[in-house]
Design a protein around this ligand. Sequence first.
Ligand SMILES: [Zn+2]
Length: 95
Amino acid sequence: MAAAKSPKPVKHTAFCYSFTPREMWYFLFGKKICPRCGGKLRKHKGHVTLHGEMPHSHDKPIRIDTSRVKYYRYQYACDSCGAVFTLGKLAGTEK
Ligand SMILES: [Zn+2]
């Protein structure tokens, strides 16, 4: 009998953060206020796994295994209305 599938954490081969200067500024100093209702936003750290690519990799020479890149991204969720915004959206770099 097959054992129940246990959710094994994916082993990542690399990780990266991607912040534009604007996003960095918002992350550090911006007012974390919901654009929809003015409520308080709560930060969530999440990640996506990218396969065989690195965001903004044209900037730097790549000598790492990019088969599974753990790409961290931040999201903010509103306590009052439940809306979720990405950091890029709040900083105005993402539509
Ligand atoms: Zn809200």
